[in-house]
Design a protein around this ligand. Structure first.
Ligand code: PLP
Length: 442
């Protein structure tokens, strides 16, 4: 048909690169999580809100490297600052003033961060936050929400994107090692609860709350539906953590972009530790774990307590630190207000299209993030957001439709806006969705 002809015609160089990739990479490319339609699109360069692929197509990018690029691609202030750093040496075993600049900015902005350490990825940030919670409490178990994505640390990965067959009962979800790389015993040390399920959380901690080092919680978990936490759920986390003596670890790797002071501040969560990443590196590899000074002291081995080592060859390298500081400095309260308005404009536009076509779809998200669900009722947690096979094919059709209109829409995860987008880019998103509903509903 015309669509597949168009796809094939404009994929010749991507096809060629993928053929080469298949010879040397398992699964064809290191970027395994990217959409394939049926092969990945290879990118030549990025320009603001747009990607230019190797076949010369220009795509509106709603992925922004998995929500990292809050200023879009090739943001000049970061490019200039990094160009300056490159000639002065890119990494040293000694510290530089550049780690101070980004750290001071984050400590000043994020209420829960009194002390901070840098790592190289969100995965590492979550891993060290969990290790710090264990070292501080002397306990090993963790609790986490079903389905949510927290990176690749074995314990953080339990029940991530779990398939229905392994869910177990609603009132007591089963903890499962979803991937074969982790020992099954890991799941025995993890309690899984459903996001926004207060009673389930209470039941769970009544059993093992006093063995928990922490609850790991993303205030708006993207892969579990990108749904906001109920204030009562947030309150219950605080109350129960105090009652049972476990820490609250907020995974803000993705959601720090919820506002000038981050996601926990926005949603009223008061964490002991925060894992950060993505936007704080200005487009370069980064992660950070921060939190209450007293807890963060596990990394210093104060008094008779032994130190919890946290190193990393590239941790706090000057390139990531400078890029991150420049990107974050440019994000003023006014930038976040603008991003909020942009997000509201898009979400309202999508909802208006749903109403116009009486389509069985719903929209979640806040600030610069949104997710379109092929669900009539807006999901509040992972199971409700999980698509049936039929809904899954709606999502495939929707992603393909956006792609045929040169818009890259992430599949089953958060789409995000950037400060590089214009009002006409936003209208393009809304129009593409209306066009999709009209095409497929008839
Ligand atoms: N936590 C959350 C909420 C994330 O969205 C991600 C990445 O998408 C991670 C952790 C892992 O971060 P990284 O990919 O930098 O290791």
């Amino acid at each position: 048909d015309f669509l597949s002809f168009r796809r094939a015609a404009r994929r010749s160089r991507s096809q060629y690169f993928f053929e080469r990739g298949r010879l040397i990479f398992p699964d064809g490319t290191t970027r395994v999580t990217v959409e394939r339609d049926p092969i990945p699109t290879y990118i030549a360069r990025g320009e603001g809100a747009y990607l230019i692929d190797v076949d010369g197509n220009r795509l509106l990018d709603l992925n922004n490297n998995f929500t990292t690029l809050i200023h879009g691609h090739g943001y000049l202030p970061v490019a200039d600052a990094v160009a300056d750093i490159l000639q002065k040496g890119t990494c040293f075993s000694n510290p530089t003033e550049h780690e101070l600049g980004l750290a001071e900015l984050l400590v000043q902005r994020i209420p829960a961060i009194e002390h901070i350490r840098f790592v190289n990825s969100g995965t590492e940030a979550v891993m060290f936050a969990i290790k710090a919670a264990r070292a501080f409490t002397g306990r090993s178990r963790i609790a986490r929400a079903e389905g949510a994505y927290h990176g690749a640390y074995d314990w953080a990965e339990v029940s991530q994107s779990a398939a229905p067959a392994s869910w177990g009962p609603e009132e007591a979800p089963t903890a499962t090692t979803v991937y074969r790389g982790a020992p099954e015993s890991v799941a025995e040390e993890v309690d899984v609860i459903r996001f926004n399920d207060i009673e389930g959380l209470e039941r769970r901690v009544a059993i093992s709350g006093s063995e928990l080092a922490c609850i790991l919680i993303d205030p708006m978990p993207s892969r579990a539906g990108l749904t906001a936490p109920d204030p009562a759920f947030v309150e219950a986390i605080s109350t129960l953590s105090r009652q049972y003596g476990f820490l609250v670890v907020a995974d803000e790797v993705l959601n720090l972009r919820q506002g000038y002071r981050g996601a926990s501040a926005r949603f009223g969560l008061v964490p002991d530790l925060v894992a950060a990443g993505k936007i704080i590196g200005g487009g370069f590899p980064v992660g950070a774990v921060g939190g209450r000074k007293e807890v963060m002291e596990v990394f210093a081995g104060v008094g008779t307590r032994p130190v919890l080592p946290q190193g990393g060859t590239f941790s706090a390298n000057p390139v990531s630190m400078v890029a991150g500081r420049v990107a974050m400095e440019a994000l003023t309260p006014a930038s976040f207000e603008r991003l909020e308005e942009m997000g509201t404009h898009v979400r309202n536009g999508l909802c208006a299209a749903i109403a116009r076509y009486e389509a069985p779809f719903s929209v979640t998200g806040s600030a610069s993030l949104f997710r379109i669900h092929p669900k009539r009722h807006t999901p509040r947690e992972y199971r409700q957001a999980f698509p049936t096979p039929e809904q899954n094919s709606w999502m495939t059709n929707m992603t393909s439709h956006f792609r045929s209109l040169d818009i890259l829409l992430p599949f089953g995860a958060a789409s995000c806006l950037s400060t590089a987008m214009t009002n006409s880019d936003l209208d393009l998103i809304v129009e593409a969705f209306g066009d999709f509903l009209e095409t497929y509903q008839s």
